[in-house]
Ligand binder design. Structure first.
Ligand code: PLP
Length: 390
């Protein structure tokens, strides 16, 4: 007995594989500079931990409603109304085991075999694989540095067919760090509105991690018609350094939430009850912790960007969000996997090959790590690249 057909076609996560190898090298005493992390290196802020501890100590240790604690669903709806101008109510929200599971549950609960899902590349590694598990078809639209790795309205229009069910939009983006401007969002929205059966899945998990004057416009806020056709997926992991808590959510029309709830009630049940109380505190208490983490990311981003630009043969579009640099390494090695394997084995620097994101000839380096590691690792990367170009 082997794996099911639907699993055979799925590629295991390359980002988790590289991070695991870097961790095991570290455990063996090797001094690895890891730029592979997809998570903030900070601890969860104290007031969020305290709220979960209090919930744990006051009996919130039982099963709860599959769709989430009513107070958290309400707090999420309030946040989306207040910050994103999206008129959701608690009934439009489902709390899930991370943003990853909100997308997985959405696809499993709503896609039929043969449905198409348009995904711009570079993409977050899990989108196409989740779509495949749901027996639907990922339609990948490549983008390049020339458009700052953003899909254009024409590209989107050409990718849509009568079978298209979803267009997946991720801004700020993992892996590129690019943020679509409000005008770019509105232009994509117009294309979606030309096609009645298409809905937008807007993954906004990096929403709060933005630099300079980059604005975040949630596509559902463009018009009431588009609001009805949008599903927002987000979570607490990135903005509040809560990756291990496994709390995310989807916001969508009620019939979609009901379908996801049916699936969740037979698969994961509710998200850890007392953890949800930490999430309520994250949303409802002052947001200074987010600003403090952002200030650190900003400083690290500037250093890493400066260092990468000083390496001949590499190029990098300045990102406006998230905590990654997306670097073109094609002049050094056309194979990003070979580049990253050699970099880890010989220079002890962990980076993620762009091929994992559907963009060969690139790598993703994360600056969610301390400045000392950034300085050392970037010096090693420079020596590594220079040796290969000479
Ligand atoms: N979406 C994007 C673009 C991500 O990068 C991630 C995590 O890396 C997620 C969703 C899921 O995050 P989580 O499941 O930790 O909430």
């Amino acid at each position: 007995m082997g794996p099911a057909d639907r699993i055979k076609q799925v590629t295991p996560s390359m980002t988790l594989a590289i991070s695991a190898k870097a961790k095991s090298m570290k455990a063996d005493g090797i001094d690895v500079c890891s730029f592979s992390a997809g998570e903030p290196d900070f601890d969860t802020p104290a007031h969020i931990r305290a709220a979960a501890q209090q919930a744990l100590n006051t009996g919130h240790t039982h099963y709860g409603p599959a769709a989430g604690e009513p107070a958290l669903r309400q707090a999420i709806a309030n946040k989306l109304q207040r910050e994103n101008n999206l008129p959701y109510e608690a009934a439009n929200i489902i709390v899930t085991n991370g943003g990853k599971h909100s997308l997985f549950a959405l696809f499993m609960a709503t896609l039929n075999p043969g449905d198409e899902v348009v995904i711009p590349a570079p993409y977050w590694v899990s989108y196409p694989e989740m779509v495949k598990v749901a027996e639907a078809v990922p339609v990948i639209v490549p983008t390049t540095a020339a458009t700052r790795y953003k899909i254009t309205p024409d590209q989107l229009r050409q990718a849509l067919t009568p079978k298209t069910r979803y267009f997946v939009l991720n801004s700020p983006s993992n892996p590129t760090g690019m943020v679509y401007t409000p005008d770019e969002i509105r232009a994509l929205a117009e294309v979606i509105l030309e096609h009645d059966s298409v809905q937008v899945v807007s993954d906004e998990i990096y929403e709060k991690i933005r630099y300079g004057d980059a604005e975040h416009l949630s596509i559902g806020a463009v018009s009431p018609a588009l609001f009805e056709r949008t599903i927002v997926s987000s979570g607490f992991a990135k903005a509040y350094a809560m990756t291990g808590w496994r709390i995310g959510y989807a916001a969508a029309p009620v019939e979609i939430i009901k379908a996801m709830n049916t699936l969740q009630s037979h698969s994961t049940s509710n998200v850890c009850t007392f953890a949800q109380f930490g999430a309520i505190a994250a949303l409802e208490e002052p947001q200074d912790c987010v600003a403090e983490m952002l200030a650190k990311f900003k400083e690290r981003r500037a250093v890493m960007l400066e260092r990468v630009r000083a390496i001949p043969g590499l190029s990098c579009v300045e990102p406006d969000g998230a905590f990654y640099l997306f670097v073109d390494i094609s002049q050094v090695n056309p194979s990003s996997k070979a580049f990253c394997e050699e970099l880890l084995d010989t220079a002890h620097v962990a980076a993620i090959p762009g091929v994992a994101f559907g963009a060969e000839g690139t790598i993703r380096i994360s600056y969610a790590t301390d400045l000392g590691t950034i300085e050392t690792g970037m010096a090693r990367l420079k020596t590594f690249v220079e040796a290969r170009l000479s």
